[in-house]
Design a protein around this ligand. Structure first.
Ligand code: GDD
Ligand code: MG
Length: 379
């Protein structure tokens, strides 16, 4: 994969061509991702060695987007110091902060005045927690050719209850929008809102200002009731909502393995990604898309599979870490086993412990070493 070019692109024509503006929704609290999101907003948690948002920004830039407005709220102050004006990514970034969260639709309306697009131009909108191989230009092309007011990227999932259900007719036109369906009767399709839209700019300006609005619960159903044209584009590309720790760890590993495409992975895709300044013992085993960040240490005999080891973390001799995330500066003791676990920043887990799927160790927590040496064969 090629590094992202930093030079500014030529201006796009006003009709046809790529959409050059986007809004990124990054104001959510990331509650389901705690403890990773206690001090860090979800889009800033590192995935494959860089804050997750970097991957989305780089993919948008590669699709011809030049200007992105970040709609921030929770822990808003950390975005700008890291991404600045966006020039390192070849982008022009702006930040708009909601003092009180305005919801997904309210956030869009709140930043609309920063857009330069004309009323008929397409503007991209992205949920800030989606890892996907979406063909962004294809979504824009669908929007232009269908003449829709809003076009939505759709994907299919086995269990749609945690998402917005979006049934479409034979032409791909959206017939209903059911956010987080509760009853079996509501589950009329396995197609869900994949969290990327193209809005005709003028439609954004019709969202009510100054109060919370849910784009999923209010704007989309309201547009449909008013006879607006909402177009769906279903595909089978890679798609993952990184809303839970398990999904976040999976997404990071898939970026490292190259299953999820991103121009922002800081190295070549493969079984492992070891960033400059990390120290890994010769006989330690790293595989399954494991990423070891700068200043982290993986000691002799340790095995790390499909996991993200954040900056300055320490994995001691003989530890086994599988499908887990180990926070910045955390310490995993000798022979300790982690399987499907999230360890908060600066937590300390002593020797010979075993933590099983779903365990969450909060930042700076301490779990003492066991007096009994761990053996996988012990009764
Ligand atoms: N600025 C701002 N203000 N952003 C917000 C706010 C807010 O008040 N609330 C949520 N966001 C951002 C989140 O940071 C996230 O990037 C995005 O909006 C979606 O919010 P989530 O909290 O992640 O929603 P979800 O995952 O339950 O559901 C959404 O995504 C699904 C796909 O993953 C919906 O859009 C569903 O319809 C969709 O299927
Ligand atoms: Mg989400």
């Amino acid at each position: 994969m090629r590094a992202h070019p930093a030079s500014a692109p030529a201006p796009a024509p006003s009709s046809g061509g790529p959409a050059t503006e986007a809004i990124m929704l990054v104001g959510g609290k990331g509650t389901r991702l705690r403890p990773l999101t206690v001090h860090t907003p979800k889009p800033m948690v590192p995935a494959a060695g860089v804050p997750f948002l970097t991957h989305q920004l780089a993919r948008a830039r590669a699709a011809g987007v030049e200007h992105i407005v970040l709609a921030t709220s929770y822990l808003a102050e950390v975005f700008e110091p890291y991404f600045g004006d966006g020039s390192a990514l070849g982008l022009h970034l702006e930040y708009v902060t909601e003092t009180d969260p305005l919801g997904t639709g309210g956030a869009l309306r709140n930043v609309a005045h920063r857009l330069r697009s004309a009323p008929g131009d397409p503007v991209l909108v992205f949920n800030g927690d989606i890892l996907t191989g979406l063909d962004i230009p294809a979504l824009v092309a669908t929007h232009r050719s269908s003449g829709a007011d809003v076009s939505l990227h759709l994907t299919t999932v086995d269990d749609p209850r945690a998402f917005g259900l979006v049934p479409t007719d034979a032409d791909g036109r959206v017939t209903a929008f059911l956010e987080k369906p509760q009853t079996p009767e509501e589950i009329v399709t396995d197609q869900i809102n994949a969290g990327a839209y193209v809005f005709t700019r003028g439609v954004l300006d019709t969202i009510p200002a100054g109060r919370p609005v849910s784009v999923e619960r209010e704007t989309f159903p309201g547009l449909l009731a008013d006879g607006a044209h909402l177009q769906g584009m279903v595909d089978a590309t890679y798609w993952l909502d990184l809303g839970t720790p398990q999904a976040f760890v999976r997404g990071s590993a898939d970026l490292v393995l190259g299953r999820a495409p991103s121009p922002a992975v800081p190295g070549r895709c493969g079984e492992r990604l070891v960033l400059a300044g990390a120290r890994v013992a010769d006989d330690a085993k790293l595989f399954g898309g494991t990423c070891v960040a700068a200043g982290a240490v993986v000691a002799s005999g340790a095995q790390v599979d499909g996991s993200a080891i954040l900056a300055g973390a320490h994995i001691a001799e003989g530890a086994v870490v599988r499908d887990s995330l180990v926070g910045a500066g955390a310490h995993i003791g000798p022979r300790t086993v982690l399987d499907g676990v999230v360890v908060g920043d600066a937590a300390h887990i002593g020797a010979d412990n075993e933590l099983l799927p779903g365990a969450r160790v909060w930042p700076a927590a301490r779990i003492p070493a066991s007096a009994i040496r761990f053996s996988p064969d012990a009764p």
